[in-house]
Design a protein around this ligand. Structure first.
Ligand code: FAD
Length: 292
């Protein structure tokens, strides 16, 4: 079954990992994957580092996931940064040769000092349209969405219109950027549905594990908000040991997952950051492990 086909029946459970740098061994990540498989996730995705020190390694990891002796699907992220059509086709054919037919089609972050993507496509919608044109229905295509608006978009309305373009270019479902503001997410979900975005919604969950990481990810990179209850948690436990903070953060994450589940979303996608412990603990506390 494909991911959208599973979503027709029930909420999916998935994890995201990233490729280690080229001079680091893959074995520790493979051990993490082995632990994640124990909860039978529907899929595990691997990020794509365009031009970074881990370029190309995502394929090795996706192959390992796809070829592992269990039903977990591999989903490969792919960005159009620096990519020309011929190279995109070559990489996509390589995916198909290895049985990988689920792709998260992204533009990617424009490297500092660059103007545009230096590739044949400037936006994810163009990449999605191209993949559909070249490969028909051979791929399931996911697209990214930011419930608090993509940081480069001038307005929500503009960003939602661009999301609609991605869907209409051929995306099958969407996965969201981290969003701790569930109330804001509800309003956004309502908005995109009214704007004709009907595809399934897979919610990206960034566990609250470390106060500095939360602050950096929200304010330093993505322009995401820290809602009052999370701000209060951080203030109340600001001077706690990392271990204590992690405990309260996991409790907070579990409650947030419950709130998302109550919205009738189609999937939960945990940003597991190449570690199994916290993701498994949260899944267990949320009652997700024995769901099949
Ligand atoms: P787009 O959909 O192209 O949108 C980018 C910006 O352009 C938005 O502001 C949008 O409103 C605007 N826009 C879109 N279309 C148009 C148009 N036609 N005209 C004018 N403006 C337009 N990055 C990586 O490098 N590797 C990864 O593996 C990776 N994985 C990710 C996984 C998830 C779930 C998410 C949410 C993000 C991920 N990213 C990854 C980050 C992502 O690449 C960045 O958020 C990037 O800045 C935007 O990518 P996009 O696909 O959303 O781009």
């Amino acid at each position: 079954m494909t991911i959208p086909e599973i979503m027709e029946h029930r909420m999916t459970l998935s994890f995201e990992v990233f490729p280690p740098k080229k001079d680091k061994p893959l074995e520790p990540l493979f051990e993490v994957l082995d632990r994640l498989y124990t909860v039978q996730p529907d899929f595990i995705s691997c990020t794509y580092g365009a031009g970074g020190s881990n370029v190309g390694r995502h394929m090795e990891i996706c192959r390992a996931i796809q070829e592992a002796d269990n039903p977990t699907l591999a989903l490969s992220h792919f960005t159009c940064i620096g990519s020309k059509k011929e190279d995109i086709k070559r990489q996509m054919r390589e995916c198909l040769d290895h049985g990988i037919n689920h792709i998260l089609a992204l533009r990617g972050d424009i490297p500092a000092g660059w103007e545009g993507t230096h590739g044949d496509f400037q936006h994810a919608s163009e990449l999605i349209g191209f993949l559909r044109e070249e490969f028909g229905d051979r791929f399931v295509l996911a697209m990214a969405a930011s419930p608090e608006k993509h940081i480069e978009a001038a307005t929500f309305a503009e960003d939602v219109a661009h999301l609609r373009m991605k869907q209409d270019s051929g995306a099958d479902y969407l996965t969201t950027q981290l969003c701790y503001d569930v109330e804001g997410f509800k309003r956004w979900l309502d908005w995109i549905r009214k704007a004709g975005i009907y595809i399934p919604v897979d919610v990206g969950i960034m566990p609250v594990l470390n106060k500095n990481s939360v602050i950096k990810m929200c304010l330093g990179t993505n322009g995401c908000s820290i809602p009052q209850p999370l701000a209060e948690l951080i203030s109340r436990h600001y001077d706690d040991s990392p271990e204590d903070f992690r405990k309260y953060g996991i409790e907070y994450t579990v409650k947030m997952v419950y709130e998302y589940m109550s919205l009738g979303i189609n999937g939960l996608h945990f940003y597991s950051l190449n570690k199994a412990d916290a993701a498994l603990e949260i899944c267990r506390d949320c009652g997700l492990i024995y769901r099949k």
